[in-house]
Design a protein around this ligand. Structure first.
Ligand SMILES: *Cc1c(COP(=O)(O)O)cnc(C)c1O
Length: 371
């Protein structure tokens, strides 16, 4: 197949060489330990905590269950302040806990929850803030923590995009009361499906480990209506293998980011949001904004790319607040979320993944340049 005919998606799962997985499979067949905190699960928890620079981490079957369980672990109720500019799982995790989401607008440069707008949304029912590190770029963690401290609120970060990101020399995942990661196939680090909660201490990790196993604290004690959210041994083994290659994968993402940035930022009407300051970034996404002085609208450019087999994505369009289960909320009205609306209408995320070839990058750039 010629390169010009090959379909290019916004992301492609990062897969280490197949033959390297064989020994892990043999070990699983040998031990016959398939799930419930098996040896690979235990090893991955240890190695990931080390790699990420955090103390404790609990693995999950996926990122959504990690979010749902994080809220349950902290006994969050009532109302939670969150962003409409995210993947729908962020707000769904609140509904699964019977919590009312309260949407607050985003900051125009970071696309993250605007801390200046949080206080006005606090009511006597507010118990927590759930911000998202959108595209892996850090939220204003200092300001958010200050508001949380002032009003006695918990902070749960949806860190699904923030694998391996550090901020001011420390893991970004240490901020807030809990952070949840996703290891879905489309993310920087994947275990096919998977996720994790970063826990501040061993006691919280124990509570979370119980909750992800039906609430069992021991053989005869069930402490809460926990869910089954355990990561299995196949997923954990794949995670261990992938961890060996992850630095190279992120290096390649950095190169791709640099190539796009160099060639695209000079095109009139196209804005490449800057890289975050004080951050070791993971290059999870490459968003661009299509403005009025570009020759096409965002959707027209997206269609033009599609016609040539390039599947960019409008992350995040529509806003979460526009879906039927959210649009009736008072905070979902468009006049409350003007910046998020503009972002959702103008953003396009370009393909970025380790196996993306330079030739393909050049082709994408030349289409955007109108050639
Ligand atoms: C991917 C993602 C999730 C959900 O993670 P899964 O592992 O797919 O369940 C949650 N929030 C955001 C922002 C995501 O991008």
């Amino acid at each position: 197949m010629k390169t010009s005919e090959k379909k290019i998606y916004v992301t492609q799962p990062f897969l280490p060489p197949l033959e390297e997985f064989q020994p892990y499979l043999e070990q699983i067949w040998e031990s016959k330990w398939l799930t419930n905190s098996g040896p690979f699960h235990q090893e991955l928890e240890k190695k990931l905590a080390e790699y990420l620079g955090v103390e404790n981490l609990a693995l999950f079957a996926n990122g959504t269950l990690a979010l749902v369980t994080a809220l349950q672990a902290l006994r969050i109720t009532g109302e939670v302040i969150t962003t409409p500019f995210s993947f729908v799982a962020t707000a769904h995790s609140l509904l699964w806990n019977g919590i009312k989401p309260v949407f607050v607008d985003i900051h125009p440069e970071t696309f993250n929850l605007d801390p200046e707008k949080i206080e006005a949304a606090i009511t006597p029912h507010t118990t927590a803030i759930m911000p998202v590190h959108v595209y892996g770029k850090p939220c204003d963690v200092e300001k958010i923590q200050k508001i949380a401290d002032t009003y006695g609120l918990k902070v749960i970060y949806d860190a699904a995009h923030a694998f391996g990101v550090s901020y001011k020399g420390e893991s970004l995942l240490k901020h807030g009361d809990l952070s949840a990661l996703s290891f879905h196939a489309t993310k920087v680090f994947n275990t096919f499906e998977g996720g994790a909660i970063i826990c501040p201490d061993a006691k919280m990790k124990q509570r979370i480990d119980d909750l992800k196993n039906f609430g069992y604290a021991d053989e005869v004690t069930v402490v809460a209506p926990g869910i089954n959210a355990k990561m299995n041994e196949l997923q954990a083994a794949f995670g261990l293998l992938q961890l060996k290659h992850i630095d190279k994968a992120i290096d390649r993402r950095r190169e791709i980011d640099a190539q796009y940035r160099k060639k695209i930022s000079s095109i009139p009407g196209i804005i490449c949001p800057t890289l975050p300051a004080d951050t070791t970034y993971n290059y999870a996404y490459f968003p661009i904004l299509i403005e009025k002085d570009y020759s096409l609208s965002r959707d027209e450019l997206n269609d033009k790319l599609r016609q040539q087999g390039i599947f960019a994505r409008r992350y995040f369009y529509p806003l979460i607040s526009e879906f039927p289960m959210y649009r009736g909320l008072p905070s979902a009205v468009q006049s409350n979320l003007p910046i998020a609306k503009v972002a959702a209408d103008h953003v396009l995320c370009l393909p970025i993944y380790p196996a993306l070839e330079n030739e393909s990058i050049a082709r994408i750039i030349s289409i955007i340049k109108g050639k």
